[in-house]
Design a protein around this ligand. Structure first.
Ligand code: PLA
Length: 406
C-alpha cells in the first residue's frame, strides 16, 4: 500500500484550555476535579441548564407553527435587536439612531472571527493590540483573520493587579487607528478589571488617538450578577458617539455553551455607514458558514423579549454569579485556615469566572499529578467548577504545591 498523502502531517498539540478536559476525561481517579475550561457547575458538580432556558425550549417545541427554514445571513432579526439592547442598554442613542449593525454569529468566538475578518478587509489599520495576558484563543483568531497581533501590558504579577501605567504607555505608543481588544468585564484569565475611573482614562486616551475599540463581552452578568453593571465599560465608549465593535457570547450568562449563540455589533457614526457595513458583514459570513443556526438564538430571543422570562433569567444569572463569589470566599478561608504562605487575598479580589492563582507550571503539574486537579498551566482555575465539597481538596493541593515545590 502506498503511503498516505497525509503521511507528512505532524500531530498538533492539544488546545491549552480544551485539552485540559481531554486529560481530565482520561483520569479514572474518583477525586478528580476539572477547573480548566470555564464551564459553570452546580454545588453537586453538574452542568446547569437554566430553568428559564428549559421553559423557552419547551415553548419552542410546542409551537407547531415553527419551521426549520434557513435564517438570513445575518441571523434572527429579533435576536439581533435584543442582543444590541442587552449590551448597549435599552435607551442607547446609537440604537435609536439606527447606527448599530448586529449580526448573529457562532457564540463569542465566531463573533470575534467575523469582526476580525471584516476589519482585515475594510479597515485601514491591521494591527490589533490585545492584553498581556489574554484568552489564549485571541491571538489565533486575529492572526488567522489577517490582522497583526501586538500586546499591551495589562497585568502586573508583582501586585496581582492591573498594570495601569504600562497599559496607558503601550496604548500611547500604538500607531493611531490601531484596533484594541478590550475585555468588557471579568478579564480572562486574570480576573482583574479596570475601575470605572480607569476605564474613563482609557477611553479618553483611545479616542484622542483614534484607536478602535473591539470589546469581547463573554461574561456580561457573570461578573457582578448585574447585566447593566457588567456592560458599563462598553456603554461608556458608545456614549461618546464614537465607533466600536462588540462580540457577545451567551455561552456563560445563559449557559448555552454548546448551542453556540452570540452576536457581533458594529457601532458606526451614522445609519448609512451602518447599513453598508452590514452588507459587507454578509459578504464575510456567507462563504464562511452561510447563515447561523436557529435553535439557540430562538431560545435567547424568547427569553429577552418576555419581561417575566427576562426577570427570571436575571435571578438565575445572579445565583450563578453569587455562587462563584462564595467559592472565592470559601477557597480564601480554606487557605487561611491552612496557613498557606503568601498573600491569597487576590482570590477574593479578582472578578468573574476565574482566579489567576499565581501558581507556576511546576506547581500546576504537581497538583494534577498528586491531587488530580486539572487546570490550565498558567495557574488559572475556574471558580465556577468548584463546590463546597471540592474546596478543601483544592486548598490541600494548593497548600502542598506552595510548601513542597520550589
Ligand atoms: N472570549 C473570552 C474572553 C472567553 O473567555 C471565551 C471562552 C470566549 C470569548 C468564547 O466563548 P464562546 O465562543 O464559547 O462564546 N473561554 C472559555 C472557553 C470559557 C474556551 O476557552 O473556549 C475558557 O475556558 O477560557
Amino acid at each position: 500500500m502506498a503511503d498516505s498523502v497525509f503521511a507528512h502531517v505532524v500531530r498538533a498539540p492539544e488546545d491549552p484550555i480544551l485539552g485540559v478536559t481531554v486529560a481530565y476525561n482520561k483520569d479514572s481517579s474518583p477525586v478528580k476535579v476539572n477547573l480548566g475550561v470555564g464551564a459553570y457547575r452546580t454545588e453537586e458538580g453538574k452542568p446547569l441548564v437554566l430553568n428559564v432556558v428549559r421553559r423557552a425550549e419547551q415553548m419552542l417545541v410546542n409551537d407547531t407553527s415553527r419551521v426549520k427554514e434557513y435564517l438570513s445571513i445575518t441571523g434572527l432579526a429579533d435576536f439581533n435587536k435584543l442582543s444590541a439592547k442587552l449590551i448597549f442598554g435599552a435607551d442607547s442613542p446609537a440604537i435609536k439612531e439606527n447606527r448599530v449593525t448586529t449580526v448573529q454569529c457562532l457564540s463569542g468566538t465566531g463573533s470575534l472571527r467575523v469582526g476580525a475578518e471584516f476589519l482585515a478587509r475594510h479597515y485601514h489599520e491591521h494591527t490589533i493590540y490585545i492584553p498581556q495576558p489574554t484568552w489564549g484563543n485571541h491571538p489565533k483568531i486575529f492572526t488567522l483573520a489577517g490582522l497583526s497581533v501586538k500586546y499591551y501590558r495589562y497585568y502586573d504579577p508583582a501586585t496581582r493587579g492591573l498594570d495601569f501605567q504600562g497599559l496607558l504607555d503601550d496604548l500611547t505608543a500604538a500607531p493611531s487607528g490601531a484596533i484594541v481588544l478590550l475585555h468588557a468585564c471579568a478579564h480572562n484569565p486574570t480576573g482583574v478589571d479596570p475601575t470605572i475611573d480607569q476605564w474613563e482614562k482609557i477611553r479618553k486616551l483611545m479616542r484622542s488617538k483614534g484607536l478602535l475599540p473591539f470589546f469581547d463581552s463573554a461574561y456580561q452578568g457573570f461578573a457582578s450578577g448585574n447585566l447593566d453593571a457588567d456592560a458599563q465599560s462598553v456603554r461608556m465608549f458608545v456614549a461618546d458617539g464614537g465607533e466600536c465593535l462588540a462580540a457577545q457570547s451567551y455561552a456563560k450568562n445563559m449557559g448555552l455553551y454548546g448551542e453556540r449563540v452570540g452576536a457581533l455589533s458594529i457601532v458606526c457614526k451614522d445609519s448609512n455607514v451602518a447599513s453598508k457595513v452590514e452588507s459587507q458583514l454578509k459578504m464575510v459570513i456567507r462563504p464562511m458558514y452561510s447563515n447561523p443556526p436557529i435553535h439557540g438564538a430562538s431560545i435567547v430571543a424568547t427569553i429577552l423579549k418576555d419581561r417575566q422570562m427576562y426577570d427570571e433569567w436575571t435571578v438565575e444569572l445572579k445565583a450563578m454569579a453569587d455562587r462563584i463569589i462564595s467559592m472565592r470566599q470559601q477557597l480564601y478561608d480554606a487557605m487561611q485556615a491552612r496557613g498557606t504562605p503568601g498573600d491569597w487575598s487576590h482570590i477574593i479580589k479578582q472578578i468573574g469566572m476565574f482566579t489567576f492563582t499565581g501558581l507556576n507550571v511546576e506547581q500546576v503539574s504537581f497538583m494534577t499529578r498528586e491531587y488530580h486537579i486539572y487546570m490550565t498551566s498558567d495557574g488559572r482555575i475556574s471558580m465556577a467548577g468548584l463546590s463546597s465539597r471540592t474546596v478543601p481538596h483544592l486548598a490541600d493541593a494548593m497548600h502542598a504545591a506552595v510548601t513542597r515545590t520550589a
